[in-house]
Design a protein around this ligand. Structure first.
Ligand SMILES: Cc1cc2nc3c(=O)[nH]c(=O)nc-3n(C[C@H](O)[C@H](O)[C@H](O)COP(=O)(O)O)c2cc1C
Length: 439
């Protein structure tokens, strides 16, 4: 009999906010993105809520138009290493680019985080959409690989990482002081990888991770992104506005996972949500309006522009139809740009409406703790998601979720009351990643 896995919950810690104006809210510490104390409090609140993991997003190019959080924030692996020392159970998931990093360094960094944290590390593999990122890595904008090439690189990058993580078998280090034997050479494996994009000899200079291999996360929802997840990832994120769309996406991901010979349950689907919780629906609505009211139209245009390679939307009439900008952005955040253009066309939206919708999207997950818990239960039970990643706008929303929504989910038996295991894989009910040489 197929037993449904328990609901999974993670939270994105994003300093002064994923949205442009959250930093201006009276309750938001304006230096949150570079405050260890802030990250620590968010991680401890998430651990109190028995969440599976905290998540750190990242990108590698900024300009004056970027969101305040992007301008001045911690590098993911560094902050996660610090958080490893002040937490005990929660998973630590960080973003790293497959287009602008080297798989040897990445494999070593995540294996180190995994060892430091006792098996709690996860890697969010991203392909880095913005073409000007190339300028920070000894390349020209024209060298920025196109969408399809980036995903081919990503697949090879992950294969190299997984290969390097198999360098040492579990019991390779003997450390026998009497005989002087430090390791068993039969349990050391050299990768010798020569591929289309990477040439890596190996072996890796750190041993086997406590969970076999760190958990691999991915968030691209284009066709190529989903195919990549189906092959390579343990967890995939998306942000879908309705249960109907979430269900379609869920079925697609699970079918593609099965088609490559994996069990559909081996790839967990998590939906990103930004709940707004009030004692009454009116209070939740007021909170949303307060946050939305902090955003100026200029900021909303800049936020929209980033998705289209930082295109300058201020040059078009605000109350005219959404401008035809050709294929700008096709090569970066493709699923977002396709969606935005198609919604604008179908619903006859003006530029102002599009910008404000993107910068301050209304969430269906708005209401009393009971109402938010009902929605979570419905999406989970009706195959819209295996779990959720909270992208809370304010620290108070994370606290409200932990203190008011989690107990309801626990009472209903959907969510854990304590951690089941030690490693992130155990808590996420993902199989231990066996070393292919030990099988
Ligand atoms: C919940 C969530 C978190 C994401 N985090 C990051 C991130 O930290 N860095 C990044 O460059 N992209 C991030 N993305 C974007 C995706 O990784 C991906 O690049 C984007 O969706 C475009 O890929 P696609 O064309 O396959 O959809 C995130 C997306 C989602 C839904």
């Amino acid at each position: 009999m197929h037993v449904r896995k328990k609901l999974k919950i993670g939270t994105m810690i994003h300093g002064v906010g994923e949205k442009i104006s959250d930093w201006r809210h009276p309750t938001m510490p304006s230096d949150a993105s570079v405050s260890f104390e802030f990250y620590k409090q968010q991680a401890l609140a998430s651990e109190r809520g028995k969440f599976d993991f905290v998540f750190i997003a990242d990108a590698l190019y900024i300009n004056e138009q970027s969101n305040p959080h992007y301008l001045n924030r911690f590098e993911p692996l560094t902050i996660l290493s610090a958080l490893a020392a002040v937490t005990s159970n929660i998973g630590l998931v960080g973003t790293l680019s497959t287009t602008y990093c080297e798989p040897f360094s990445a494999a070593r960094q995540f294996a180190s985080l995994d060892m430091l944290s006792g098996g709690r590390a996860g890697w969010n593999a991203v392909t880095s959409g913005l073409e000007k990122t190339a300028l920070n890595f000894n390349k020209e904008v024209t060298d920025h690989p196109n969408h399809a090439t980036r995903y081919r690189m990503a697949a090879e990058f992950v294969n190299v990482m997984k290969g390097l993580w198999n360098s040492w078998e579990e019991d390779a280090f003997i450390r026998n002081k009497q005989t002087g034997q430090f390791f068993d050479p039969n349990k050391l494996h050299t990768l010798n990888h020569e591929g289309e994009f990477f040439s890596v000899l190996g072996p890796l200079n750190i041993g086997r991770s406590p969970q076999g291999q760190p958990v691999i996360f991915q968030a691209g929802s284009s066709k190529a992104g989903i195919a990549f997840s189906a092959q390579q990832a343990d967890v995939v994120f998306a942000i879908m506005p309705t249960l109907d769309e979430a269900q379609r996406y869920y079925i697609d991901v699970k079918e593609q996972t099965a088609a490559v010979g994996r069990k559909p349950d081996d790839l967990l689907v998590l939906q990103g949500i930004s709940p707004i919780i009030g004692d009454t629906i009116e209070e939740a609505e007021r909170k949303f309006e307060e946050l939305a009211g902090l955003v100026t139209i200029e900021q909303a245009l800049a936020f929209l522009g980033r998705l289209f390679e930082h295109h300058d939307f201020s040059q078009y009439p605000l109350d005219g139809p959404f401008p035809d900008i050709g294929c700008i952005g096709k090569n970066s955040f493709r699923s977002d740009t396709d969606r935005i253009k198609s919604e604008a066309r179908k619903q006859n939206l003006t530029l102002r409406q599009v910008a404000l919708r993107e910068a301050t999207p209304r969430t269906p997950f708005m209401g009393t703790p009971e109402q938010v818990a009902n929605l979570i239960e419905a999406w989970y039970e009706q195959n819209g998601a295996d779990g959720f990643m909270l992208i809370a706008n304010l620290p108070s929303e994370l606290e409200a979720f932990v203190d008011k929504v989690v107990p309801i989910l626990q009472k209903r038996g959907i969510f854990r009351t304590d951690y089941e295991g030690i490693t992130l894989r155990e808590n996420m009910e993902l199989p231990y990643a066996e070393n292919s040489y030990s099988l």
